[in-house]
Design a protein around this ligand. Structure first.
Ligand code: FE2
Length: 711
């Protein structure tokens, strides 16, 4: 397979000899052998990790690192780097950025220092210091020797504004003065802003873009790969120092670009970011938005590179098959959560291109590649796809498989993603535009720098592309109208006259205002009510139908309607009013009226009650002792009454069936309807007026318990 390598910008002046080396990138990385014993591995749950099988490598690497360390000048290249506003002390934190590990109660703050330092973070809900909360950080080194620190803020209240300070353990050097808003609870819609751009580098242009992104006061920031373009650690740190413009206030969730594989290295990239999972391909949910970041690898048309979301830090299984399976499963999970309304995929390589700058993509857009992911995005309902490989701004209309499905700038539930190319973080490059009908905007021929801004509310995402000098260049709105449905279970009832029945009404989905319920078609001499009669969707209500003594027999079609200020939704319901109906009451079925009282009386112990016995004895002679008699009493005390499911008082019971489980066969048994009062816990042989002979209407019927089992 031909692998399409890159023809990058000559970012001369800060790039030393950068060389791209195609080939496999190890998925199981030795982190880094830093100079601080015990801190050479990146934080994992705040504990350094090292696998046993790598231990000897680490030892060797430590030794090598130590040699390098003593031979190197001060940690490279911070001389002259400006101290960020809000920082103070001899060794202040730099490149401060937040990241989100898919837990709204946590936030990670990462920074670097020029000299070795301990680390600590303090925070609270009002500006400090003093701050009420604090935690020690983890100190580690990037493979290139940058001195990194990460502190995890825990116990955050979702959706709350927090102020913080980071520095060394004694706070002799610190950074203070920034704040951020913790993530909303998963599934809870909360308006927020995220910004995105790719292709930065350590240049004045990227600084301008980062500053503009920060000025937008985002809650999330998504660098779309190709972040460094350098193997010099000083320039890598310089990029993060520029990113601080947004990173100190927003969760930075980066995509891996092809240049990030080798300039400086994936290991360096993974050292600087702190993201969920393996940090290359990962997913997280922010409020009601599901985000999916994907590392498609070093080559856009290589189906064997990249990484899925499995494995440890900076790991993952390579190849399109693994990536596709992983992201398809994550998107399916997102779709199973009704509280997630939006799905945003972001990765460095584009799925649709708008110009010819990078003439390869992940979708079948005429650039010659096979479809690597569009089928999944369409099938799973992805709303937005962000990329940053092409050095331009451009975007599509909602499109699937080259077919534009909506045009204009307001897209209402289009059922296809909008693809944005945002590779405009650093120095620009130009090329001719494509002309396919699905292309909404192409800035290919015009040098363009800037970022995309996405303002998210529960059912709308408003997009703006803001160029660094020209300002607003493009905008569109994605909207998913609120909608709801009404369902009822059961959807039919059969009632007698003077009877009450109930059914459960569910209002599912979303509505911007309350949904009121009404019932139409209620028969004469019948009341049909829903309670509650209004609510904020989703909610449940109860339909109660009470027939009067002269309610007309027959089948009555009814309609239950939910209505808000703009739309009504209905569900049919059927009521049958019958002269007779069948009711079943079974002991142990959990029904409200299935209570069964049963006991037996025994002539041998005429004052003994057997109400708690699980077996009922019937025997006319020799029941337990010779010559003794047992008689069984059974009644259903709650089946008659006014509630739903009971037999209305005054009803004529036309037919009744009593089922008994015969455990010990016998001869003819007689059944009587008892008219004398008794209780399960009080009945004895002697408790009746005539001992052993409860008052009755005479013999009703006989039966033959000659076979075991139900009779
Ligand atoms: Fe790229």
């Amino acid at each position: 397979m031909t692998k399409y390598l890159f023809e990058e910008l000559p970012y001369s002046g800060w790039g030393s000899s950068w060389v791209l080396k195609p080939g496999a990138v190890p998925n199981d990385f030795l982190r880094n052998a830093g100079h601080e014993s015990g801190s050479f591995l990146k934080r994992s749950g705040n504990r350094p990790r090292v696998s046993q099988r790598l231990a000897f490598l680490l030892c060797a690497a430590l030794l090598l690192s130590a040699i390098l360390w003593v031979s190197m000048p001060a940690p490279v290249g911070q001389a002259g780097a400006p101290i960020p506003a809000g920082a103070s002390g001899p060794n202040p934190p730099r490149g401060i950025h937040l990241s989100f590990l898919d837990d709204p109660t946590n936030a990670v703050i990462t920074w670097h220092t020029v000299s070795a330092a301990t680390s600590r973070a303090e925070w609270g809900t009002s500006p400090g210091p003093d701050y009420p909360f604090s935690v020690s950080g983890t100190d580690y080194s990037s493979p290139g020797g940058s001195l990194l620190h990460a502190a995890t803020l825990t116990g955050l209240a979702p959706g709350e504004t927090y102020y913080y300070r980071v520095g060394d353990a004694g706070m002799t050097s610190w950074f203070d003065g920034a704040s951020f808003r913790s993530a909303p609870p998963r599934g809870v819609a909360q308006p927020f802003v995220f910004v995105a751009a790719g292709k930065f580098g350590n240049s004045a242009t990227s600084a301008a873009t980062a500053a503009a992104m920060g000025a937008a006061n985002p809650n999330l920031a998504i660098p779309l790969g190709d972040l460094y373009y350098t193997s010099q650690q000083s320039s890598v740190r310089g990029v993060w120092e520029k990113f601080q413009a947004f990173g100190e206030k927003a969760f930075v969730m980066a995509a891996v670009g092809n240049h990030d594989y080798n300039e400086p290295s994936l290991l360096d990239h993974c050292a600087f970011v702190n993201q969920p999972g393996n940090e290359r391909t990962y997913a997280f949910t922010y409020g009601n938005v599901f985000f999916l970041g994907v590392d498609w690898g070093l080559f856009v048309n290589d189906t064997l590179d990249g990484a899925d979301g499995t494995g440890g830090l900076c790991g993952g299984a390579p190849g399109n098959d693994a990536i596709r399976a992983w992201i398809d499963a994550r998107l399916a999970e997102a779709n199973a959560n009704p509280d997630i309304w939006w799905k945003v995929a972001f990765h460095h390589f584009p799925c649709y291109l708008t110009d010819y700058d990078k003439n390869r993509s992940l979708c079948v857009d005429g650039s010659g590649n096979p479809d690597q992911v569009e089928d999944i995005y369409v099938a799973r309902g992805v709303d937005l796809v962000l990329s940053g490989h092409a050095h331009t701004y451009g975007r599509t209309y909602p499109v699937k498989f080259n077919n534009r499905v909506q045009d204009g700038s307001l897209y209402i539930s289009p059922g296809a993603p909008v693809y944005t190319n945002l590779g405009t973080g650093g120095p620009a490059r130009t090329d001719a535009c494509r002309t396919e009908p699905y292309i909404a905007v192409c800035r290919g021929p015009i040098p363009t720098n800037g970022y995309g801004k996405f303002s998210v509310s529960e059912n709308e995402i408003a997009f703006e592309y803001i160029e660094n000098t020209e300002g607003l260049l493009d905008s569109f709105v994605l909207r998913k109208p609120y909608d709801y449905s009404v369902s009822v279970d059961p959807d039919r009832l059969t009632l007698l006259r003077s009877e009450t029945g109930q059914s459960r009404v569910s209002i599912l989905g979303r509505s911007p205002d309350p949904v009121a319920l009404t019932v139409a078609g209620c028969p004469p001499d019948t009341t049909c009510t829903v309670s509650p009669a209004s609510g904020t969707a989703p909610y449940t209500s109860t339909l109660t139908i009470a027939t009067g003594s002269s309610a007309p027999f027959g089948t009555w079609p009814m309609t239950i309607t939910g209505t808000n200020s703009t739309v009504s939704r209905t569900v049919p319901f059927s009521l049958q009013i019958a002269s007779h109906a069948t009711r079943t009451f079974t002991k142990g079925d959990g029904g409200a009226y299935s209570e069964t009282d049963d006991t037996y009386v025994y002539s041998g112990l005429p004052t003994q009650n057997y109400g708690t016995n699980v077996q009922l004895l019937v025997d006319g002679s020799g029941c337990i002792a010779a010559g003794s008699v047992c008689k069984t009493l059974i009644k259903f005390p709650l089946i008659v009454g006014p509630s739903a499911g009971q037999i209305p008082a005054g009803s004529t019971i036309v037919n009744a069936t009593l089922e008994l489980n015969i455990r010990n066969a016998g001869t003819t048994a007689d059944a009587y309807q008892v008219t004398e009062a008794w209780t399960e816990s009080g009945a004895t042989w002697n408790s009746f007026a005539t001992p052993g002979f409860p008052g009755n209407r005479g013999l009703e019927f006989t039966f033959l318990p000659t076979a075991l089992g139900l009779i």
